[in-house]
Every structure is written in structure tokens, then in C-alpha cells.
Design a protein around this ligand. Structure first.
Ligand code: TYD
Length: 133
């Protein structure tokens, strides 16, 4: 599985840092939704799902966390700990987010509005989906 990480340009100066993200320029899709997780309880793992169509970019804008990705044949773990780094996750990838630092803020840019019918929340069903069964 190819891990796609974006390193966003930092517009830093003597006042501090600024990162700007534009759809189709810095991010390869139309940004229809943004959400973020914070105050994640220590030891918690979130996610446990894949999407039929949704594409996302995950940015840990503060603190750190880890993302476990599984495409049905292999698993990889990615550390997110830089506010200018984005992890692209395509559709049909099972994801779990874990090891959140107490100060972690995980922001997600999403290509579609929230749609529960786009979720695959059962791992066995996910494996069947990627095999085309
Ligand atoms: P959930 O899907 O459990 O989060 P995750 O699997 O990423 O850990 O979402 C938690 C709650 O937030 C759930 O009630 C659905 C709601 N939610 C929205 O209303 N809009 C959204 O865009 C997202 C991602 C979740």
C-alpha cells in the first residue's frame, strides 16, 4: 500500500507560522467538510471503518497521533506529529486512529458531506468489499 503524505508549505515569518490549504491545489479534491477531534481520552482508538467513496486528508494540527491503515492485504502505521503534514486516505481503506497525545487535535478534510451509508463499519464486510464480493 502506498502511503501518500503531503508536506504543506509553511508561510512562516517573525510572527509565527501559517499553513493555507486550497482544494485542488494543496489538496487533491473538493473540500466539502472539515471536522476535528480533540480531548481524545488516553488509550482510546477511534475509526474502525472504511468508506465506499470518501477521500480524506488527516492533519494532526497539534500534538501527535498514529493512524493504522489497512487496504485488505497489508497494514501500515503512520505517525502524524507535524501541523504542516497531511496523510491522504483514499476510499476503501480501513483506518484506526490511536496513541493520541493529550494535546492532540486531529483535523480531517473530507471530499464529501457526512453520509452514514458511505461507511463500512464491519471489518469482514470491508474485506469482502475490497475483494469485490
Ligand atoms: P464517529 O464516526 O464515531 O467517529 P470516528 O469513527 O471517526 O471515530 O463519529 C462520532 C459522532 O460524530 C457520530 O455521532 C457521528 C458524528 N459525526 C458527524 O455528525 N459528522 C461528521 O462529519 C463525522 C465524522 C461524525
Amino acid at each position: 500500500m502506498q502511503i501518500i503524505k503531503y508536506s504543506f508549505e509553511i508561510h512562516g515569518d517573525e510572527r509565527g507560522q501559517l499553513v493555507a490549504l486550497e482544494e485542488f491545489k494543496d489538496v487533491p479534491f473538493d473540500i466539502k467538510r472539515v471536522y476535528y477531534m480533540y480531548d481524545t481520552v488516553e488509550g482510546v482508538t477511534r475509526g474502525y471503518h472504511a468508506h465506499r467513496a470518501l477521500e480524506q486528508i488527516l492533519i494532526c494540527v497539534h500534538g501527535s497521533c498514529k493512524i493504522r491503515l489497512n487496504d485488505g492485504s497489508e497494514t501500515q502505521i503512520v505517525v502524524l506529529d507535524k501541523p504542516n503534514e497531511g496523510l491522504y486516505i483514499s476510499n476503501a481503506v480501513w483506518r484506526e486512529m490511536f496513541d493520541f497525545s493529550s494535546d492532540a487535535v486531529l483535523m480531517v478534510l473530507a471530499s464529501e458531506l457526512y453520509d452514514e451509508s458511505d461507511y463500512i463499519r464491519n471489518y469482514e464486510q470491508f474485506l469482502k468489499y475490497v475483494k469485490g464480493e
